[in-house]
Every structure is written in C-alpha cells, then in structure tokens.
Write a new protein. Structure first.
Length: 498
C-alpha cells in the first residue's frame, strides 16, 4: 500500500468540489492522473471529452501535450549527448552552420541558452498560429529565426521562446538522421511502452478515443478547431494519454528509469533538471505557496509549500495541460483540459497536492487563478474600449482598394489584405479577420482566439509618392516597435471583389 493510499481512498469530497468548479468556470472536461512511485494510483475523468458526444474522458483518451513536450525534447538531446554527438555548451553553429540570429552576440548560442530560454529572442508566436490543413516544415521555421527581433540582450535573462525548442528538434533531426517524431518514438515512447502517444496533429485529431478542443464564445462553450503545428514539433507537438504519461512521470521521478528500462543516465537527467534561469514573477502571480520559479531544460523548478516541485504547463487552441511532480515525495500529477485558456489544470494541480500533503486545503485555487485571468482581461478590455472610442466616422482617409495587397515580414511570411463585400479582411495562415476602420489609416484587427480577447491596431503607411507600401501591427507586445511588413505585390485576383 502506497504512502497516499489512505488519502486517495477519501478523495470523493474533493472530486465533488472539482466537478462543481468545472461547471462554474465553464470547463467541458478534465482528465486527472496521480502517480506514486512507478504506479498510476488514481485516475478520474470529469465532464466530457467532446460536448457533441457527451462521453467522459478516460485514461486512454488522447490529449495534446503542447509545451509539456519540451522536457521530452531536452531528454532526446540528453540521449544524443550520451552518444557523444552533442554537448550542452558547444555553440550550435557547429551542428547547424546554416542557423543565423539577428543579434550578433547570439552567434555563440548553445543548447544551454536555448533550452533555458536565455537567448533574448521575442516569442514570435503568432507567426506559427496556423489554421491551414498542413503546417510549414521545421526547416522553414528555423530559417525564419534569423529575422526574429530580440527583445532583450543575449543571455540577459528568461524570455520564453517556442522557436528555440523547434530548433532543438531540428538539431535532433540533423544529428540523428531521423525525423524528430521518429527519434522521440524510438527513444522514449517505445522503450517506456507509451503505445498511444504520438507526435503529429493527425495522431491527435484522428484518434478514435481523442479529446476534442473547445473555447468560450459569446459566453458559451463551443467546439474549436485543431491547430496545425507539426513543424513546431520540438516545442509542443506530442500527444499522449494519462496511462502513457504516468510512465513518463515515473521515469522522471526515478532519474531516467522506469521498471528496469533506462532511457538516459541519472546524471543526464539531473543536468536536464538543473535550474538555470530565474523566471520573473508577475505581481498577480505572487503566492506564498510558490515563492520562486527557475527554468531548467523543459522544466520549471520551484518550491510548493516547501516541497521541491518540477512542472510544466502547455496550451494550444482548445486545450490546457499541466504536469507536475514532487521528486522527494515520489508523487506526480497529470491534468488535461479540453478548453482553451482553462484554469482547471493549474487550480486542480494545487488542490491535489494540498490534499495529498495535508497542507493548505482551505485555499480556493480556482478563485486565485480566475482573479489573475480577470485582472488581465480587465486591462485588455480597457485598452480595447479606448481604441474603439477613438473611431473617427470619416475613416479611412482613402479608398479601401488602396490598402489591398500582400505585405511580408521575413519571420512571419505574408499577410494578405483583401477587399470582400465592401470591407477589408486580413488573411494569414488560414486566419480570416475582418478589419474595421478606426482613424486615418488605422484599422481594428480583432483576434478572437487569443486569451484574453484583444483588438490589435493595424496601421498603413504611404511612401513618398503617397502610395500605401507598409503595414504595422504590434503582435510582439514585448517589443517597443510594432512589426513592420512591406508591400510586395498587388493582389490582382482580389480586384474582382472591389
């Protein structure tokens, strides 16, 4: 009998409390697993995996891992390190000489820099938000990194960046001669017996027992689409189940070994989990239970009520995920929610740890995380209202056809501005967003799928001859200047819509 068996036997009231909060906060489903030592000692599916079919999730329901994948990517690199093929501190240009960065100082960037988010690169995340049926290749994304603007000096502190883990996956492919998804499968999934895990959008989307994505729209839970991001696999492309991820957690708690199968040396696993960079804390996140956070390689390392904790969250369109474990107590948690922006994985992680440890059970974690979200949304709502209030009934200053065209940024690709049914629309990677005139040559670009909902200003500028040739939009909010896209050609096909 395990250390937590007695506590788990009395978990029913906590389940009822969790279920009530899921209903209160409009979260369609949540799959929970608890691992003690090498064993999955508890699993429970709340709500539904698909609001259209009403079936509950179970231990074999496939969910995306999203950024929880990052620890797997780091472990794959650890395997290559043990084979003598890479080193954490060698400049990566020795492995991928074609890689370039905009900051000259980043010429000597290493895997240590990349995996600990210490490169200074801005996130550039909207550049891989892809509603197209197929994604761009990893090589195409890596090529774009040369044009990503830094928002802080190289090695000056933590700046979370998905592209660095995409590049890590690319390095794995170049060094091993295998696609990243195959290397991950052969070196982690198969040895650990993770039979229902994969690393493609198809493995998630087409799973017979797969969770479906959802979001909140106009106050209601509605189905969401699957986001295509196979090209960013190293950053967040894997998918799995509670039954499979229990083995991954157990392997990590046992420093690289699971029931006699070792995938990496204990020394390598400790290197991966060594804290490298302090993660800045926002004011609204401050809490005595978690007073400090550092980033290792694909893991956050921080105390939880005085207990050492490793964790990582993940999110993609329609899903929110959290994985956490207490290595000294040999207990870990997996939480998968099928709603974009869901607070459930984080609130329930803390609720379960409080319950198992017998500490802080009176804390209302759902309320804590919701207050954080509300504060964030309130500030953005204020900015949205101020922007809308500035509308000038005389806008825009010129005929709409003058703005039509294709505008390019080398790290984002092409933004197409088209004229349809009397209005302008932004078309980008499958997105189709209506633009509303605000004032002069500035338009409102509402991005509904982000959290929180935000209206971005798109401003057009003319050249010395008075012809529109530039589009600016502040998609990278950490940068002082907005993204600047230059017009590259006329959209002849769209003239028919004028």
């Amino acid at each position: 009998m395990g250390k937590y068996a007695e506590r788990i036997a009395a978990i029913k009231p906590l389940e009822e409390k969790i279920a009530a909060n899921l209903k209160k906060y409009q979260i369609p489903g949540l799959m929970v697993g608890i691992v003690e030592g090498d064993e999955l000692v508890y699993e429970h599916g709340f709500g539904v995996k698909d609001i259209r079919k009403k079936a509950a999730p179970d231990g074999d329901t496939v969910f995306p891992n999203a950024s929880v994948t990052k620890a797997m990517t780091a472990t794959c690199l650890g395997i290559l390190k043990e084979q003598g093929k890479i080193d954490w501190k060698t400049p990566i240009r020795e492995y991928v000489p074609e890689i370039q960065f905009k900051d000259p100082a980043a010429r000597d960037v290493t895997l240590t820099d990349m995996l600990s988010h210490n490169t200074g690169l801005s996130r550039n995340d909207y550049s891989w938000v892809n509603d197209l049926p197929e994604d761009f290749t990893t090589a195409e994304y890596v090529k774009r990194m040369a044009y990503i603007e830094p928002d802080r000096p190289f090695r000056s502190g933590y700046e979370y960046n998905n592209f660095c883990y995409t590049l890590a996956g690319y390095i794995i492919e170049k060094i091993s001669g295998m696609p990243f998804k195959d290397f991950l499968t052969e070196n982690i999934f198969k040895p650990l017996g993770m039979e229902n895990s994969g690393c493609t959008i198809a493995a998630l989307r087409d799973a017979k027992n797969g969770a479906k994505p959802h979001k909140i729209k106009n106050g209601e839970i509605v189905p969401e689409h699957f986001l295509s991001f196979d090209g960013m696999a190293g950053a967040g492309g894997s998918c799995s189940t509670v039954h499979d991820m229990a083995k991954w957690i157990a392997c990590n708690m046992n420093e690289g070994e699971y029931k006699g199968t070792r995938i990496v040396k204990a020394e390598t696993m400790r290197e991966i989990k060594t804290p490298r960079v302090v993660v800045p804390e926002m004011e609204e996140e401050k809490n005595d239970a978690m007073p400090l956070c550092c980033y290792a390689f694909g893991w956050n390392v921080q105390p939880y009520r005085g207990h050492r904790m490793l964790n990582h969250s993940g999110g993609t369109d329609g899903f929110a995920i959290n994985l956490a474990y207490l290595p000294d107590e040999k207990v870990g948690l997996m939480l998968y929610s099928n709603r974009w922006g869901s607070i459930a994985p984080f609130a329930v992680t803390n609720m379960l740890f409080d319950f198992l440890l017998g500490e802080g059970e009176e804390t209302d974690w759902f309320s804590f995380y919701q207050k954080m979200r509300d504060k964030w949304q309130k500030q953005v709502d204020k900015e949205n209202r101020a922007f809308i209030k500035a509308r000038d009934p005389q806008a825009p200053t010129r005929p709409l056809k003058d703005y039509v065209g294709t505008y390019n940024h080398k790290s984002y690709g092409d933004f197409r501005i088209v004229l349809q049914k009397g209005g302008l629309r932004l078309k980008y990677n499958g997105l189709d967003i209506p633009l509303t005139p605000n004032h002069y040559d500035t338009f409102e670009c509402p991005y509904e799928d982000c959290a929180p909902y935000k209206i971005y200003p798109i401003t057009f500028y003319a050249d010395s001859k008075g012809k529109i040739d530039t589009l600016c939009i502040p998609f990278e909010e950490s940068l002082k200047e907005p993204l600047t896209l230059k017009r590259v050609k006329k959209e002849k096909k769209e003239k028919k819509a004028e």
